[in-house]
Design a protein around this ligand. Structure first.
Ligand SMILES: *Cc1c(COP(=O)(O)O)cnc(C)c1O
Length: 366
């Protein structure tokens, strides 16, 4: 069996046990020294001046938008191919998500489609560094500048990713991160953070995450209750130490998949356009996705689809916009993620690749 994911702590189990014990012994569970330590360490890891820990990645994005003043009446342009939470964060901030199509190569927002979607109400762009692949920030930064728009980057799948050598999250107002257990940096529960180089944005975000309090029992605005707790912060501090190594491992496994699947036309691989890719997932495109998944399942290999439905086609969003996103539509019908995580061994990657190659032969025989 090759499962899609493996989340049970392994090598880092003793360190995590110790981190949890440290918090229990201290008896301080919310907004304490572990969070402060993690925020400083995560800011450094992402080359940003400030990190603000919050309850999850969705809140990180929503709070980042609110902290820069995006709200009612504003439009935020984002990708139709992402976790639906990206668009929900925009709604939570009081704004309206507008979907522009994706680039068929990167599978991230297409700058030309974004340019065409800008209106007088557009306040911000929210590119998603999907699957760990950085969006085309070299195009978005000048576009935003020209139109006076803010950029908040969805970095929920892109911890430590860089775009043309520059860290994601640094191209605009800031970035939103998720530490959901399956993410490249995963907690043992829900957690998230936003990063920014702007002191004012960081201060406002700290206020917003804590009920809008400027000081204890003084609520200056209606914020939310969304804090990264001490136990998760302590766990994340331990895991952050191994993140660079885990990222190298993801890249090595991805390179192996690329080499093994380079020749086949059973599946298409999105090309590597930026070495800063951190491979949260390893998606391939297949004409008959269901048959490929079935073929792999029969060989004990688990796959998942990220994502089967473009966000503007979700019942929750379709009333908002008749989105014209043909590329996202096609990708959603063909994309399938192969297993890839730091504890997967190279032999398993070979097994998966061989199974994909044998799918082609099986199809020809039919
Ligand atoms: C995981 C994820 C989110 C949401 O993060 P949560 O921590 O689950 O709220 C948002 N956007 C993307 C691209 C994600 O992968």
């Amino acid at each position: 069996m090759i499962p899609f994911l493996h989340l049970t702590p392994g090598e880092d189990r003793p360190a995590i046990d110790q981190a949890i014990r440290r918090v229990l012994d201290r008896g301080w569970f919310i907004l304490g020294p572990e969070l402060e330590g993690f925020e400083a360490e995560f800011a450094q890891a992402t080359a940003s001046r400030h990190a603000v820990g919050v309850g999850n990645g969705t809140d990180a994005l929503a709070i980042a938008l609110r902290a820069i003043g995006v709200g009612t009446g504003d439009e935020v342009i984002t990708s139709p191919l992402s976790a639906a939470y990206t668009a929900m964060a925009i709604v939570m901030a009081g704004a309206r998500p507008v979907f522009a199509d994706i680039d068929p190569i990167r599978l991230t927002l297409d700058p030309q489609a974004v340019a065409a979607a800008i209106t007088a109400r557009t306040a911000a762009l929210m590119p998603v560094h999907l699957y760990g692949q950085p969006a085309d920030m070299a195009a978005f930064a000048p576009l935003a500048e020209r139109h006076g728009l803010a950029i908040v980057e969805d970095c929920c799948q892109a911890h430590l990713a860089t775009c043309a050598g520059r860290p994601v999250g640094s191209f605009g107002a800031g970035g939103g991160y998720s530490f959901y257990p399956t993410k490249n940096l995963g907690a043992l529960g829900d957690a998230g953070a936003l990063t920014t180089n702007d002191e004012q944005v960081a201060r406002r975000a700290r206020q917003l995450r804590n009920g809008g309090q400027s000081e204890r029992y003084r609520h200056d605005e209606t914020g939310v209750n969304s804090r990264l707790d001490e136990i998760q912060a302590a766990i994340l501090r331990e895991r952050l130490k191994g993140l660079e190594h885990a990222t190298s491992r993801r890249r090595a496994l991805a390179a192996r998949y690329r080499a093994l699947l380079a020749e086949t036309d059973a599946v298409a691989m999105p090309p590597l356009v930026d070495e800063g890719h951190v491979y949260h997932l390893f998606p391939v495109l297949a004409e008959d996705r269901q048959a490929l998944q079935q073929h792999l399942r029969e060989r004990g290999i688990e796959t998942l689809v990220h994502y089967p439905i473009p966000i503007p086609r979700q019942a929750a969003f379709q009333t908002m916009d008749v989105a014209q996103c043909p590329v996202a539509d096609r990708i959603c019908s063909q994309v399938v993620s192969l297993p890839l995580y730091p504890t997967l061994d190279s032999a398993a990657v070979e097994t998966v690749a061989q199974a994909v190659l044998s799918y082609k032969t099986a199809r020809l025989r039919r």
